[in-house]
Write a protein that binds this ligand. Structure first.
Ligand code: GLA
Length: 412
C-alpha cells in the first residue's frame, strides 16, 4: 500500500501547493523564501468511556476534538529534516532516518523523529529533507493525546499524501502505536493514535481493541455539551504507573487463565472469574476492566436511544471504578469529577485518558454551563489550590491536510 506514497516530496506535488507571500516568510525565518508550504492538522482526543481497556482487548469509545496540532511543511533540497515547535525553544536537525544531529533531543522532538524513523522503516523512502514547524492548541501533558497527535501528524505529512483512505489511517495508527511502545517505551494501546487518525466530525468511534473492528456512532447531545476540564495537575510518573497497570492486568489474566485457558484478553473474563484472582489488588484491576467493558456497550446503547441521563450516570460510574478499582485518578481528578457531578446541569463526569492528572469530561446542559463552570472552579480551587481550565470542544475529523482557501491563494 505504501508504494503509492512514493511520490513523497516529488515535484509533482508542487503545482497544488500554496505559495507563501514574501511577507509571510519573513515573519518566520525558519522557512526559506521560495519553496511552497503545506499545512496539516491533527486533532487531540477525548475518550468518552472505556478507559484502560485498549490493552485488555476491550471496547473504547474515543472521539477526535477541535483542539490539536498544526504542522507546516516545506521541502528542502538537501537531506536534512529541521523541526521546530512554536511552543518550545530551540530547533532539532536530523537526517532522513530520524537520527538527530546532536545527542540532545528535547522530549517533545522524540515523537516526530520516531515517526520519521518508523515511516521510513515501513518502506516509505523520503527523497529530500524538510522544514517542519509545529504549533499546538492542545494543553501539554493534559491527557488529550498531544503525543499521538504529533506522531500521526508527522507521519501523515511525511507520506506526502493529500488524502488517506481509512485503511491508510488504520495502518498509520498501528505504526505509531508500535513506535511509541518500542522507541518511547510507553506500553500504550491503540486508542489515541486511532482516534487522531480516524476521527469523524460529530461522531465517536466504538473500537474493539482486540479485532480493530470499529463503527462510527453519531454523538447527538441535544441541548447538552461535553465540557473538557483540565486539572492542571501535571501527569507526573504517568508513564511508569501506566506500564505498572498494564503489567498488573497481565498478571490478573494469567491467574484467570489457569481456569479459563480460552481467554486471550482480560476484557473477555466474566465477573465470577475474579474469584480465581486471590491477590486483592489484581482482583480490583480485573473488576475495573470487566465492568468498564460492559459500561461502554451500555453507554453506546444509551446514546443511540437518546438517554443522556443514563449515559451521564455511566460516566460517573466509570470514574468511580477508575478511582477505587483501577486507582489511576488521584486527588485532583477526583476533586474535579466530584465538583462537576454536584454542579448545576451536569449529567455525569469522569476522568479521560490515562489518568494520574490531566483532564476530565462532563456532560452539561447548555443553559447551565456558565453556572457549572463557576461552581466547579470554586470547589476545585478550594479542594486543591489549583485552577481548572475549561474547553468546549466539538467532535471533529481526524488528521488532514488544510487546503488553502481560494481567497488566500489569489493573494499570493
Ligand atoms: C493512554 C494510552 C491509551 C489508553 C489510555 C487509557 O491514553 O495512550 O492507549 O490506554 O491511556 O484508556
Amino acid at each position: 500500500m505504501w508504494t503509492r506514497f512514493n511520490a513523497i516530496f516529488s515535484d509533482q506535488r508542487d503545482g497544488i501547493m500554496p505559495n507563501l507571500t514574501h511577507s509571510d516568510t519573513r515573519k518566520n525565518s525558519f522557512f526559506n523564501t521560495t519553496a511552497p508550504i503545506r499545512s496539516f492538522f491533527a486533532p487531540g482526543r477525548i475518550n468518552l468511556i472505556g478507559e484502560h481497556l485498549d490493552y485488555n482487548g476491550g471496547y473504547v469509545f474515543p472521539a477526535a476534538i477541535s483542539l490539536g496540532i498544526t504542522g507546516r511543511l516545506q521541502q528542502r533540497d538537501d537531506a536534512l529534516v529541521r523541526i521546530r515547535s512554536e511552543q518550545a525553544p530551540g530547533e532539532v536537525t536530523a537526517d532522513l532516518e530520524g537520527n538527530a544531529a546532536s545527542g540532545n533531543v528535547p522530549a517533545w522532538a522524540q515523537y516526530p523523529l520516531g515517526a520519521l524513523r518508523y515511516v521510513r522503516k515501513s518502506g516509505v523512502a523520503l527523497s529530500r529533507g524538510a522544514n517542519i514547524l509545529y504549533s499546538s492548541t492542545l494543553p501539554q501533558g493534559s491527557g488529550l493525546s498531544s503525543s499521538a497527535a504529533l506522531e500521526v501528524l508527522t507521519a501523515y505529512m511525511l507520506t506526502g499524501a493529500s488524502t488517506w483512505s481509512e485503511q491508510d489511517r488504520l495502518r498509520i495508527a498501528v505504526l505509531m502505536r508500535d513506535m511509541e511502545n518500542e522507541l518511547i517505551g510507553v506500553q500504550c494501546g491503540i486508542m489515541d493514535q486511532f482516534a487522531v487518525a480516524l476521527g469523524r466530525k460529530g461522531h465517536a468511534i466504538l473500537l474493539n481493541s482486540d479485532t480493530l473492528a470499529y463503527s462510527y456512532v453519531p454523538v447527538d447531545t441535544g441541548s447538552s455539551s461535553f465540557i473538557i476540564m483540565n486539572s492542571n495537575r501535571p501527569r507526573a510518573l504517568a508513564d511508569s504507573k501506566y506500564n505498572e497497570r498494564r503489567a498488573e492486568c497481565g498478571k490478573a489474566l494469567a491467574l484467570i487463565r489457569e481456569h479459563r485457558p480460552q481467554y486471550r484478553h482480560l476484557a473477555e473474563a466474566a465477573i465470577n472469574d475474579i474469584e480465581s484472582v486471590r491477590d486483592p489488588v489484581l482482583a480490583k484491576r480485573a473488576r475495573h476492566v470487566i465492568t468498564e467493558n460492559r459500561r461502554v456497550i451500555e453507554s453506546v446503547e444509551a446514546l443511540k436511544a437518546g438517554d443522556l441521563g443514563r449515559f451521564g450516570a455511566l460516566l460517573t460510574d466509570s470514574h468511580r471504578s477508575l478511582r477505587e478499582d483501577f486507582e489511576v485518578t488521584g486527588p485532583e481528578l477526583d476533586a474535579l469529577a466530584d465538583a462537576a457531578v454536584k454542579a448545576p446541569g451536569c449529567a455525569g463526569a469522569r476522568m479521560t485518558g490515562a489518568g494520574f492528572g490531566g483532564c476530565a469530561i462532563a456532560l452539561v446542559e447548555n443553559r447551565h454551563i456558565a453556572e457549572f463552570e463557576a461552581e466547579v472552579s470554586g470547589s476545585y480551587r478550594n479542594a486543591t489550590d489549583l485552577t481548572v481550565d475549561f474547553y468546549r470542544s466539538i467532535l471533529e475529523d481526524g488528521v488532514r491536510e488544510m487546503m488553502p482557501s481560494r481567497q488566500s491563494h489569489h493573494n499570493h
